[in-house]
Design a protein around this ligand. Structure first.
Ligand SMILES: Nc1ncnc2c1ncn2[C@@H]1O[C@H](COP(=O)(O)OP(=O)(O)OP(=O)(O)O)[C@@H](O)[C@H]1O
Length: 596
C-alpha cells in the first residue's frame, strides 16, 4: 500500500477536482437514502388508511377518499422520481470530477514515466525487454488509474452510504438493523475471495495473450524466413498450441465468473428474506410498522451495491499497489549516465583515449583493454579488426552510451564525464551499425535532429550521402513513407539515408560504425570523397571491415581482442607486415577470387 503513496502528489495537484467530487458523492447519497423514507411514509399511509377506505364501502365518500389517497400516492411517486433524478444529476457530477481527475493523473503519470525512460542508460534497456517497458507505461498505469478513479470514488461512496443507511436503520429499529448488517461481512468476504480468483485467472490470461501477441509479431516480422524454409505448417501448429493455452485459461475464468453472479444474487436474496421475516415478527410485536419493513428492504438493497463494490475495490487497490510498485521501481532507477553541468561550448573535435578499459555491466564481457589513441581535429581515424574485437564499443564510449570502467576519455582536454551531454551529443553525427529508420517520410528521417525541416539542407545531405538519385526516383521523392506504413528500402539505401541523417547536422565529430558494408565500392568512394569536403577541419571516426574503405585515413587502429595491436597510416602498417598486412593480403585474394 505504501507504494500508492507516490500518487498522493497528484491527488494534491488535482485537489480541486477531488474535493468537489467528494461533496458530490455525499449529496448524491443523501438523495439516494431519502426515497426509502418517502416509501415508508407512503406505505404507512396505505396501511393506516386502507381500513377507513373499506369502512366507507358502498358510500359516496369512498370515491373522495380514493381520490385523496390516489393523489397522495401520486405525489409520493413524483417525489421518489424527483429524488432519483437529483441523485442521477449528482452522480454525473461525481464522475465528471473524480473520474476526470483520474484521467488527468493517468496522463501525467504516463508522461512522467516516459520522460524518465528517456534518461535511462542503454544498460537499463538491455536489462529489460520491450514488452516489460511498454507494460509499465500502459497496463500498470491504467491499473493505478483504477485506484485513483473508481477505487477512490467507490470507497468514498461506500463509506458515506454505509454511515447514512446504518444511522437511518438504527434510528428506526436496532434489532432489525443488526439483522440487516449480519450478512454483509459474509457477502464482502465471499465477493473479495471470488474476485481474487477472477483477478488471478485474468492475470494468467493476460500473460497468455502477451506471449500470443509476441509469437504472432515475431512470425510476421520473420515471414520471409518462414516461407523460404517452408515452415508454415510448423508455425501454424505452434500458433494452435499457444492459442490452446489461451483458450484453457479463458474457460477457467468463465467458470468462476459464471458462479460469481448467482452467488451474489443468492446472498442478496437470503438477506432480503431475513429482513422480511424478522421485520414481520417485529410488526406483529408492534415494535415497527409495515412501512418500516419496506423502508428496510430499500435500505438493504441500497447497501448491496456498495458491499459488492467493497470486495471489488479491495482487490482493485491490491492490484493497483502491485502495479505502482513496478512503476516506482523504474521511476526510482537512477540514470547511470548523468550530465553534470550546463556548460555549453563548441567542440573542436580532439578525442583522447587514455588507457581505456571497458567491461559491459550485464554480461561481464571485457570489450576493451588499455586502449589509448588520439584523434586530432581534422583527422580521419579508422578502426579495423575482427568481429567482436571492440570497435563498436569504442563508438559507444565516445557517444557516452556507457562510462569507461578504467582509464578516461577526454574531448578538447575536458574529461567526457564533465561535458554537458545534450550539448556534446548534438555536435556528433553517429551512424550506428544497425540502421534504424522511423516509419515516417524520408525527409523527416533525414532531418530527424532538427526541429524544423530545412529542405535544401536535407537534399544536400542526401546528395553527399549518394542517395539523392535513389530518392527522387520514388514517385513521392523525399515525401515517400518508409517503414511499416510505406516502402522498404534496400540495405544500402537505408545505410545511406542514415548517413544523410548524420551529416545534415553538420557535426563536429562524425562516427561511422560499419555503415558502408552494404554499399558498393564505387558509391563508397563517392561518399568518402564528399566526406573529405564536409568534414574538413572536423574529426571523423570510421569503423570498417574493408581496407578499401579506410586506406586513405590519417590514422588506422587495428583492433584484436579489445586491444589496439597496431596503429599508423596505411603505408606504415603495410611496412610493418603484421595483422593489417595479413588482412590486406587476404582481402586482395578474396577480391581476385570473386572477380574470377
Ligand atoms: N551491449 C552489450 N552488452 C554486453 N556485451 C556486449 C555488448 N555489445 C557488445 N558486447 C560484447 O563486447 C565485445 C565487443 O563487441 P563490439 O560490438 O565492440 O565488437 P565489434 O568489433 O564492433 O564487432 P563487429 O565487427 O562484429 O561489429 C563482444 O564480445 C560482444 O559480445
Amino acid at each position: 500500500m505504501k507504494d500508492l503513496a507516490y500518487l498522493n502528489k497528484f491527488l494534491w495537484k488535482y485537489r480541486w477536482h477531488m474535493l468537489p467530487g467528494i461533496l458530490f458523492v455525499i449529496i448524491s447519497n443523501i438523495f439516494g437514502v431519502l426515497p426509502a423514507q418517502v416509501i415508508r411514509i407512503a406505505f404507512n399511509l396505505v396501511t393506516d388508511n386502507i381500513g377507513t377506505y373499506h369502512l366507507f364501502n358502498g358510500f359516496e365518500r369512498q370515491g373522495i377518499i380514493y381520490n385523496i389517497f390516489g393523489s397522495s400516492l401520486m405525489l409520493f411517486g413524483f417525489l421518489v422520481l424527483a429524488l432519483a433524478l437529483l441523485r442521477g444529476m449528482f452522480l454525473f457530477f461525481m464522475r465528471q470530477t473524480l473520474i476526470l481527475m483520474s484521467r488527468h493523473i493517468e496522463f501525467d503519470l504516463k508522461n512522467e514515466i516516459y520522460a524518465h525512460y528517456q534518461l535511462l542508460s542503454l544498460a537499463f534497456y538491455r536489462r529489460h525487454n520491450t514488452g516489460d517497458l511498454m507494460n509499465r507505461v500502459t497496463e500498470d498505469v491504467s491499473r493505478a488509474r483504477m485506484y485513483l478513479g473508481p477505487g477512490i470514488m467507490y470507497t468514498i461512496n461506500t463509506v458515506v452510504l454505509f454511515v447514512m443507511v446504518i444511522y437511518a436503520m438504527i434510528s428506526v429499529n436496532l434489532r432489525l438493523a443488526i439483522f440487516s448488517i449480519i450478512p454483509i461481512p459474509i457477502l464482502v468476504t465471499s465477493i473479495y475471495y471470488v474476485n481474487s480468483i477472477i483477478n488471478h485467472r485474468s492475470e494468467k490470461i493476460q500473460q497468455r495473450l502477451s506471449s500470443l501477441s509476441s509469437f504472432v509479431q515475431e512470425n510476421f516480422s520473420g515471414i520471409r524466413v518462414i516461407r523460404s524454409y517452408v515452415r508454415e505448417g510448423f508455425v501454424q501448429d505452434s500458433f494452435a498450441a499457444e492459442s490452446e493455452g489461451y483458450k484453457t485459461q479463458s474457460m477457467s475464468l468463465v467458470q468462476v465468473q459464471a458462479l460469481f453472479y448467482p452467488l451474489m444474487l443468492l446472498l442478496i436474496g437470503i438477506s432480503n428474506i431475513i429482513i422480511i421475516y424478522v421485520g414481520g415478527v417485529e410488526v406483529m410485536k408492534g415494535n415497527v410498522t409495515p412501512g418500516n419493513v419496506a423502508e428496510f428492504v430499500v435500505y438493504l438493497n441500497q447497501l448491496m451495491f456498495p458491499v459488492i463494490s467493497l470486495g471489488w475495490v479491495t482487490s482493485l487497490i491490491q492490484r493497483a499497489a502491485a502495479s505502482q510498485k513496478r512503476i516506482n521501481e523504474f521511476l526510482h532507477t537512477k540514470p547511470e549516465i548523468v550530465s553534470v553541468n550546463n556548460y555549453y561550448r563548441k567542440l573542436k573535435g580532439q578525442i583522447v583515449f587514455d588507457n581505456v578499459s571497458f567491461t559491459y555491466p550485464d554480461t561481464g564481457i571485457q570489450a576493451l583493454k588499455n586502449v589509448s589513441f588520439t584523434a586530432e581535429p581534422g583527422q580521419m581515424v579508422a578502426i579495423i579488426g575482427r568481429t567482436g574485437s571492440g570497435k563498436s564499443t569504442i563508438a559507444n564510449l565516445i557517444m557516452r552510451m556507457y562510462d569507461t570502467t578504467g582509464g578516461g576519455i577526454s574531448l578538447d582536454n575536458v574529461p567526457l564525464t564533465l561535458q554537458n551531454l545534450e550539448n556534446y551529443r548534438s555536435q556528433i553525427g553517429f551512424v550506428p551499425q544497425e540502421v534504424f529508420l522511423f516509419s515516417d517520410t524520408i525527409a523527416n528521417n533525414i532531418a530527424f535532429s532538427a526541429d524544423v525541416l530545412d529542405m535544401p539542407r536535407v537534399e544536400q545531405a542526401a546528395k553527399d550521402a549518394a542517395v539523392y538519385h535513389n530518392i527522387i526516383e520514388f514517385e513521392k521523392g523525399f515525401e515517400t513513407m518508409i517503414g511499416e506504413r510505406g516502402i522498404t528500402l534496400s540495405g544500402g539505401q537505408k545505410q545511406r539515408v542514415s548517413i544523410a541523417r548524420a551529416i545534415v547536422k553538420q557535426p563536429q565529430i562524425l562516427i561511422f560504425d560499419d555503415c558502408l558494408s552494404a554499399v558498393d565500392t564505387r558509391t563508397e568512394e563517392e561518399i568518402l570523397n564528399n566526406l573529405g569536403n564536409i568534414m574538413h577541419g572536423k574529426t571523423s571516426i570510421i569503423i570498417a571491415h574493408r581496407i578499401s574503405t579506410i586506406k586513405n585515413a590519417d590514422k588506422i587502429l587495428v583492433m584484436d581482442h579489445g586491444e589496439i595491436v597496431e596503429q599508423g597510416t596505411h603505408d606504415s602498417l603495410m611496412e610493418l607486415k603484421g595483422n593489417y598486412f595479413e588482412l590486406y593480403e587476404k582481402q586482395l585474394l578474396e577480391e581476385a577470387e570473386s572477380e574470377q
